[in-house]
Design a protein around this ligand. Structure first.
Ligand code: SF4
Length: 482
């Protein structure tokens, strides 16, 4: 007999690897599934029994899933998926249905929120999709009797004829200060098993945290299907409590704010910094920001409050390409903001990508020259990926002449060029990508910066040295699994 008051929450890995193989991405970074941990805490508050299995952090994830299903016989199994992990989630869902016939499967996350009915049609193992934020919708779904399912807002279900139906968005979005802190304690091995990228933190243990949802901008490459265009946020007071909770309960010394736009609401950030300074919390933090929402006074406050690094979305250093894909495309303004961050004594990481529609060899050269003229401390160069739900995805599908698109979801993880712009070919794109990265790291100034990490981030160096051969092999072959 299945227990409808119980759910297993799973964070799928997205690909297979054999025993003894090394997955470079998991050596480099393991981020806690904060969405699932938030849902777990919300369900706990309402006495709905739940457990989380994070396949990223646990090599023994499959044994743990099987053990939970067999012992607890939950009525539901939920999956939080990106585009690259969706099919793996579907595979686990079919496997779960074989172990526990009658279990209901629920999928959430960016990919299914963008696809809605299309994430149910054609996928027999998918019973329900939660569109948008999951806490309340999942709870309502679990509580609903079969006849009430069509009235649960925010889901896709199958009607009597078997057709997928979206019930529409809930009337209200959640008040973020009403939500409990994520159930970090349900992530087996937290915080030690979770790792920020090497050279991206000064001390361990560290944690990630989200304090806002949504973004009002409309960059063409960004999918905002889950939280949509509004910007909602935790108050400074709530955030301060969250940070002190992480310190007191788990001994956290550094936090990575995973918000899309940490500084969008300036007053909130000022107040949060004041609380951090006044109470001498002694925790450092990183955040991501959009250049328009940074200024000298704010940066000075952030530095005093413990800000260690800011990641800045630059995307491309080619003016024309930038103007095609984002608002306020002003490379000079971006340059000034990079200098302001440095002047405040905060490290700055540039977030870029190559392969956007319209990209050419010339635009990559322009981007490289621009980036190398900036005093960046770190760089993340992603391979552009047209995710379902992003405006550019629709454009590419409608206009096949913009380039070639090999829509293999399992490979759409920003580590593979699934789209090749029309002026280029894949091999050349790969070559330019590798050259861009290598030439960045080989610059004496950049190298000196990484050497200084020996005392600024000793744990990063220890990880780097421990995994040196794997990193070198990756740099040579670009193969994630070896
Ligand atoms: S890329 Fe950043 S700024 Fe642009 S829409 Fe997405 S979250 Fe907003």
């Amino acid at each position: 007999m299945l227990n409808r008051e119980k759910i297993l929450l799973v964070h799928p890995l997205g690909y297979r690897y054999e025993d003894g193989q090394v997955d470079i991405s998991r050596l480099a970074i393991v981020i806690p599934p904060l969405g699932l941990a938030g849902i777990a805490a919300y369900l706990d508050e309402r006495s709905v029994d739940n457990e989380i299995v994070d396949c990223y952090a646990r090599p023994d994830a499959f044994d743990r899933i099987r053990a939970y299903l067999e012992k607890e016989t939950p009525g539901f199994i939920g999956f939080s998926c990106t585009t690259s992990t969706f099919l793996n989630g579907v595979e686990i869902a079919s496997w779960a249905k074989r172990i526990l016939p009658g279990i209901r499967t629920v999928f959430g996350g960016a990919h299914v929120s963008a696809l809605k009915e299309d994430a149910v049609d054609g996928y027999e193992a998918v019973d329900y999709v939660v569109v948008g934020e999951g806490e309340e919708t999942l709870f309502n779904l679990m509580k609903a009797g079969d006849s009430e399912i069509p009235h649960v807002k925010g889901i896709v279900y199958r009607d009597e004829s078997g057709a997928a139906k979206f019930t529409g968005f809930p009337d209200k979005q959640l008040e973020l200060d009403d939500l409990p802190f994520p159930a970090y304690e349900k992530l087996a091995g937290f915080p030690e098993r979770y790792k920020l990228p090497i050279f991206n933190y000064p001390s361990v243990p560290n944690a990630s945290c989200i304090s806002s949802r949504g973004c009002p901008y409309s960059c063409t490459y960004c999918d905002r299907s889950v939280f949509r265009k509004s910007f909602r946020f935790n108050s400074a007071e709530y955030l301060f409590k969250h940070v002190t909770y992480l310190k007191e309960r788990f001994g956290i010394r550094h936090i990575n704010f995973y918000d899309d736009q940490f500084t969008f609401h300036r007053k909130r950030v000022v107040r949060f910094c004041e609380l951090m300074i006044r109470n001498r919390v002694g925790i450092t933090f990183n955040c991501a920001a959009r250049a328009e929402h940074l200024d000298a006074d704010l940066l000075e406050k952030m530095k005093k409050a413990g800000c260690w690094m800011i990641s800045l979305g630059i995307e491309t250093g080619d003016q024309e390409l930038l103007a095609r894909h984002r608002q306020n495309a002003d490379l000079e303004m971006l340059r000034q903001k990079v200098h302001l961050i440095k002047k405040a004594g905060i490290r700055v990481k540039g977030l870029l990508m190559i392969g956007l529609p319209g990209e050419t060899e010339k635009s990559i050269q322009n981007s490289r020259s621009y980036v190398f003229s900036l005093p960046l401390d770190d760089l993340n160069l992603a391979k552009f990926t047209p995710f379902p739900g992003s405006p550019v995805y629709g454009e590419i599908k409608e206009n096949p002449f913009s380039g070639s698109f090999d829509e293999k979801w399992e490979e759409m993880d920003c580590m593979t060029f699934s789209f090749v712009p029309k002026a280029m070919n894949k091999e050349r794109l790969e070559e330019l990508f590798t050259e861009f990265y290598k030439s960045h790291f080989m610059r004496p100034k950049v190298m000196a910066g990484y050497v200084s990490m020996i005392w600024k981030s000793p744990d990063s160096w220890a990880r780097f040295v421990r995994n040196l051969f794997s990193f070198l092999a990756f740099a040579k072959t670009n193969n994630r699994i070896r």
